[in-house]
Design a protein around this ligand. Structure first.
Ligand code: AKG
Ligand code: FE2
Length: 331
């Protein structure tokens, strides 16, 4: 397979960054500087990499998948008790085929969760997404486990972004400024039936639309694929205990186009069911995202004049309405 980068994505041990994450002088540490250099080349060349040494226990990473498998094994009527509706802020369970990407039904089911916020906080923009997340009663303790996981993923994303901020030539905190002081997040708990045949698409080709994504995938089947610069799809072979990390559209804009968000898709042509937990760290819900001044100064030759003409939250609601046209039309 011809590729412009190795068919194995970079694996980055970020432990030095995790250790120093609260030290404003972290960049002076030689081990942190090495992590930053690796993040820079991964973000420039691929937009996808594995992180290890991230500090979240392998047991917990595995447990959230095991519990999610248990939920998806329940009878359909059980799962539909927490069914997604526009009236519930697009939160909850969606059956197989409800999600549409590029006009086609995706072969997956999911629980979608979003950061909760008080009614009226974002006025008209936020209205469509108001409401609490919907958690099943079974498995027991699932909500508590997932909420703990979300907290850890939020901290980890912020810490990786500190490294990426340094990689772009800024201070560690450029992604904590006015557009990102109250970061939104999305979590999708995804289940892909094993179809054992080719060309059944679990999720069609797309880029993620936030800042940074953390993918926690079953470690015994390869289904996620990333499109490389030569246009070939390369498999993202699981590494136990790692997260697959990738850049979203908002980071592309904020970085002044220095980093790209990369197309990816999922095809589970294994006979067995696959679970993946996607955590998506975003800007403020109401941020109108544009390239950061510091990165325009640092990378003048690069440049994207791309400004996000509406608030990130409006973009998200629009995406949800195109992803779930059947929900919008029939409720
Ligand atoms: O299932 C996966 O590995 C990735 C899912 C994904 O790309 C997404 O939810 O945006
Ligand atoms: Fe994705």
């Amino acid at each position: 397979m011809a590729t412009n980068f190795k068919s194995v994505l970079p694996v980055i041990d970020i432990s030095p960054l995790v250790v120093k994450c609260d030290d404003p002088n972290m960049a002076d540490d030689a081990c942190v500087a090495e992590v930053v250099r690796k993040l820079d080349s991964a973000c420039r060349e691929v937009g996808f990499f594995y992180v290890i040494g991230h500090g979240i226990s392998e047991d917990l990473i595995k447990k959230v998948r095991v519990m999610s498998h248990r939920f998806f094994e329940l009878p359909s009527e059980e799962k539909l008790k927490i069914q997604i509706t526009p009236a519930a802020g697009y939160r909850g369970y969606q059956r197989i085929g409800l999600n549409i990407t590029n006009g086609k039904q995706d072969m997956h089911e999911a629980i979608d969760c979003y950061k909760e916020f008080e009614e009226g906080k974002y006025g008209g923009i936020g209205k469509a997404m108001e409401g609490p997340n919907k958690w099943p009663e079974n498995p027991k303790e699932y909500k508590t486990l997932m909420e703990e996981y979300i907290k850890l993923c939020t901290d980890l994303s912020r810490n990786i972004l500190r490294g990426i901020s340094l990689a772009l030539g800024g201070s560690p905190y450029e992604f904590e400024g006015k557009m990102m002081q109250d970061p939104f997040w999305i979590m999708r708990i995804l289940g892909y039936p094993g179809v054992n045949q080719d060309n059944v698409i679990g999720i069609g080709a797309h880029t993620d639309y936030g800042l940074l994504s953390l993918i926690n995938q079953d470690d015994d089947k390869t289904a996620l694929q990333v499109k490389d610069m030569a246009g070939d799809w390369i498999p993202v072979v699981p590494i136990a205990g790692s997260f697959v990390c990738n850049i979203g559209d908002m980071l592309k804009i904020l970085s002044n186009g220095v980093y790209e968000s990369t197309l990816h898709r999922v095809i589970n042509n294994f006979p067995r069911y696959r679970v993946c937990i996607g955590f998506f760290y975003e800007t403020n819900f109401n941020a109108v995202v544009e390239p950061l001044e510091i990165f325009k100064e640092k990378h003048p030759g690069k440049g994207t004049s791309q400004v996000f003409k509406r608030a990130y939250g409006e973009h998200l609601v629009h995406k949800l309405q195109t992803t779930f046209p059947n929900l919008v039309n029939h409720s």
